[in-house]
Design a protein around this ligand. Sequence first.
Ligand SMILES: NC(=O)c1ccc[n+]([C@@H]2O[C@H](COP(=O)([O-])OP(=O)(O)OC[C@H]3O[C@@H](n4cnc5c(N)ncnc54)[C@H](OP(=O)(O)O)[C@@H]3O)[C@@H](O)[C@H]2O)c1
Length: 254
Amino acid sequence: MPIIDKALAGKVALVTGGSRGIGRAICVALAQRGAKVVINYASREDAARECAAAVEAAGGQAALSGFDVSNAAAVNDAVKAIGKDHGSLDILVNNAGVAVNGMLMRFSDENWKKVLDINLNGAFHTIRAAAMMLLKAKTAGRIINITSVVGETGNGGQIAYAASKAGLIGLTLTTAKELASRGVTCNAISPGFIETDMTAEHLPEAARAKLMEQIPLARIGRSEEVADAVAFLAGPEASYITGHVLRVNGGMLM
Ligand SMILES: NC(=O)c1ccc[n+]([C@@H]2O[C@H](COP(=O)([O-])OP(=O)(O)OC[C@H]3O[C@@H](n4cnc5c(N)ncnc54)[C@H](OP(=O)(O)O)[C@@H]3O)[C@@H](O)[C@H]2O)c1
């Protein structure tokens, strides 16, 4: 286990979709560096509790916050409660996301709305709700949005998912410009193919083998590798980085 310093001690972080997969690894990585982590989940409270146990095992402090990021009123209430319970919010990680796959011509309105509501509108809701607290953070507030390689390249069969992730990049850049004068940074991380429930559910074995041919590092990524990049952007070494899209994709796009 590498030696990790407590660069985030005293900071409060909210990780949306922190209960599973990449979000869970982000919660643990931030906790290892000393942050108090508020773990958001949509429905899997059991998974969120398991994540909280992992955070505590890593020597950190965890709190749970169940809400649907697509519900603006629920997001506002949850962010207010964080201010009341923890006194501040210093780091916001927009990680919650869903993938509903399908081709353009057969994609339903219902699925289009669902994916955009969670992946893009959800991040807008949390950033808008948290902006004032991030502006007041003792040291510069940090926003980190989890986009995807397909938001940069497009991907046949992922019409809504790719659009939502491309939109998230625009949201990141504009937020970075609007909040920079007050010291808040906003960056995105663009993972490639990472082993989680999301990818296990959606990728047949033959497609997986084909995908491997497109990854120069010739392996699937781990959630912890994305989490380490988040921790970097949340930490003091990234103080002069804003409006950046950091690729964690094994070279899939370069
Ligand atoms: N895996 C990859 O290869 C990959 C690649 C690029 C980008 N990403 C992005 O990385 C992020 C995490 O992906 P993952 O693979 O870790 O996914 P995952 O294993 O399916 O986990 C998704 C997480 O999002 C939460 N969530 C879903 N809908 C939500 C909602 N409406 N409100 C609040 N939370 C919600 C889930 O909560 P519950 O546990 O309560 O369901 C869960 O914690 C996503 O934004 C995804 O698009 C993933």
